[in-house]
Design a protein around this ligand. Structure first.
Ligand code: PHE
Length: 377
């Protein structure tokens, strides 16, 4: 910087020479043009318009010029600075536009890409089926009741009129968790089993409520079967129990017909065949019309049916009028109340309704099995 009290000529002040100012201006313009992005432009801005930039320093020199030279120099520096600021603003706008255009391309969302890269799960068809059956009864005013899977032997057998020597109690059918004389069991106390059917929920429901009782009981049950194409040691049943005044076998039949019609179509029907269960009397095996051939394959070799083996009927489960001994065991007066019950396996129903050929597919948890059933809520 020049000493302030020398006799000045603007030409002598090196930094205020017109060509110097032009050079500073041109350098600034070149630096802006060369800045490839906003960060580089910011650096060039500081270097060429900041407080220590050549033009700012030159501007300061003006104050030390003699009055007659000030205007000229001031004009030149002012014009140069104006041109620099204008170029800076123009380059800024240009680079911002480039950045925005690039962001639009780089951060673009391709809305045509598959959206479920994290595949959604599917409810297991057994759950869906169980809920669908339960819903048929809920819409008729039945209440869903549940019971424990680890069950007192008394509920699983005694209350349901299984005699002490009934074969179903044997080890080959029942998983015993604790025998009647097991460790910790008091004398005369019930043993503990994994429930072999959902019927103990009947007894629990009757003990918990005053009749009339209308309950539907879905749940998991256990039997000591080997896992193969048609057996699994853990499976699902759904049980129905109605106890009221004046219920008859006709109510049972009508209820069964309504159920299969709701699930399989209005032309469905059921038939009953005599059977025996300790907790129902009379007892029956219930069949439903084959939902595939509707019975038309019977005696019709031209139209064989794989689903029912051309028998026209599919076995569904067991049913009957609640044995008065069960009512008594559960504190219900059989002189006043009667009831009906039925129960069937969900796996079997899923097998014939969806042509599932191997029960192991239902328990293995492979999503390739569950997915085609869809994501029903
Ligand atoms: N609990 C029986 C079974 O598991 C089915 C059944 C339920 C039969 C209700 C009659 C009444 O086989």
């Amino acid at each position: 910087m020049s000493a302030p009290n020398k006799s000045y000529d603007p030409v002598e002040v090196e930094t205020l020479k017109p060509e110097e100012i032009e050079r500073m201006r041109d350098e600034a313009l070149a630096a802006f043009a060369a800045a490839g992005d906003l960060d580089a432009l910011q650096e060039a801005k500081v270097a060429h318009t900041g407080g220590t930039s050549p033009l700012a320093l030159a501007n300061r020199e003006i104050g030390a010029l003699p009055p007659h030279a000030k205007a000229d120099a001031g004009k030149r520096v002012g014009q140069a600075r104006g041109a620099v600021n204008k170029a800076l603003a123009a380059r800024q706008t240009e680079l911002e536009a480039e950045r925005d255009a690039r962001v639009l391309v780089e951060e673009a969302v391709d809305v045509t890409l598959p959206y479920d890269r994290t595949p959604s799960g599917a409810r297991h068809p057994l759950t869906t089926m169980m809920e669908r059956v339960a819903d048929v009864f809920v819409s008729m005013g039945y209440e869903v009741a549940e019971g424990p899977e680890v069950e007192a032997e008394w509920f699983n057998f005694d209350a349901l009129n299984f005699g002490p020597d009934h074969p179903a109690r044997q080890m080959q059918d029942t998983f015993f968790v604790q025998g009647p004389e097991g460790a910790g069991a008091a004398e005369g106390e019930s043993g503990v089993v994994l429930r072999t059917h959902t019927s103990p929920v009947q007894a629990r429901a009757l003990l918990d409520r005053e009749p009339p009782v209308y309950v539907v009981c879905p749940g998991r049950v256990y039997r000591t079967d080997e896992l193969d194409a048609t057996h699994t040691p853990v499976f699902h049943q759904i049980e129905l129990l109605a106890v009221d005044e004046g219920l008859t076998m006709a109510d049972l039949k009508g209820t069964l017909d309504h159920m299969v019609q709701s699930l399989f179509g209005a032309d469905m029907k059921t038939r009953l065949r005599p059977n025996y269960f300790p907790f129902t009397e009379p007892s029956a095996e219930m069949d439903m019309l084959c939902y595939v051939c509707r019975g038309e394959s019977v005696g019709n070799p031209d139209r064989p049916c794989r689903t029912c083996s051309s028998e026209g009927w599919i076995e569904l489960g067991g049913c009957g009028m609640v044995n008065p001994r069960v009512l008594v065991a559960c504190g219900v007066d059989p002189a006043k109340y009667s009831g009906f019950a039925f129960g069937f396996g969900i796996e079997r129903m899923l097998m014939f309704r969806h042509n599932v050929e191997d029960m192991r597919d239902m328990v293995e948890g492979d999503v390739r099995f569950t997915r085609p059933f869809g994501m029903e809520i």
